[in-house]
Design a protein around this ligand. Sequence first.
Ligand SMILES: C[S@@+](CC[C@H](N)C(=O)[O-])C[C@H]1O[C@@H](n2cnc3c(N)ncnc32)[C@H](O)[C@@H]1O
Length: 314
Amino acid sequence: MTVCKLFDIDCEVFINWVIHVQRVILIISRTRKYCEFSINAKRNMAGSDPAVRELAALLESPEIKDVKPEIREKLEKILEMSNKRHNYADEITTTHSDVLDQITQETRTHPWEEVFKAGKTSWIMPARMISGPVTSQFLKFIVSMTKAKQVLEIGMFTGYTALSMAEALPPDGVVITCEISDYLKGLTPEFFSRSPHGKKIKPYFGPAGETLETLTKEGRLFDVIFVDADKPGYRGYVDTILQNGLLAPNGIILADNAFFGGRAYMNPKSRDENPINDFNEYIASRADLRQVLLPIRDGMLAIRRTSEVEGQAD
Ligand SMILES: C[S@@+](CC[C@H](N)C(=O)[O-])C[C@H]1O[C@@H](n2cnc3c(N)ncnc32)[C@H](O)[C@@H]1O
């Protein structure tokens, strides 16, 4: 007996009704996805661009009530324009894989505060440390363009960027990723097991400085190196990488958070107060290196050897 006969309704009416319900469900799920996306994009923006952060804070402050409505509207428009520009980059960029999306969602909802209170981490790991789709796609482009086989990451967290790079590698490619937090030793293997590319990832746990020495003893050579860990460590990591010969000929180093939420250029004081500015200036001062600061998200400093960047005349 069909459903129509069971409830004594016209079959055509029933089919139309099912189609209508499906459409409503689709619209609701798309709207939810869009809202989540916009909120996240705004959150990312507010976290990384100090100008936007300042403007957003001003628009929420009590002083704004005394400002003429036309001026307030213009300021709101400026904020909207900036957010839209960044959202647009996310929207147009190829979307990340389903597993990367799952890692993103599960990182955001993970009970980091409870984990810390239970003594499993030494600090409340902020979910916002995870990179986004633009960084993911950019890293995949670099790994694929350079035909890299050996990739090193300093700063794994929940494995988002490690898996992004692994997705661009050939079957015999490897991503060695350094992580200091033992808690992530328990969390990430299950994430990686969800992707066929997960088996290319080899995490090394412990302080990255020590891992770099281990990798040197192992005679490793890396085509692409992504640095995304403790900011005061950057200068030492890059020095060790170059001195110990860990960067392959024609290799590239990418250092994330080169703007350091604006602190790199708004507050360039001493090395202790501003390790990223110190690092950026140190790289810029070295004649044997060439660098380009890409304004991707919180800034990414791409570094190569001068001899491999400068062409030769006849
Ligand atoms: C910004 S998160 C990495 C985010 C990750 N690359 C991504 O985009 O998904 C930085 C990570 O570096 C780790 N870390 C911090 N200091 C470290 C050190 N000295 N050695 C190794 N890992 C370190 C932190 O525990 C944290 O998980």
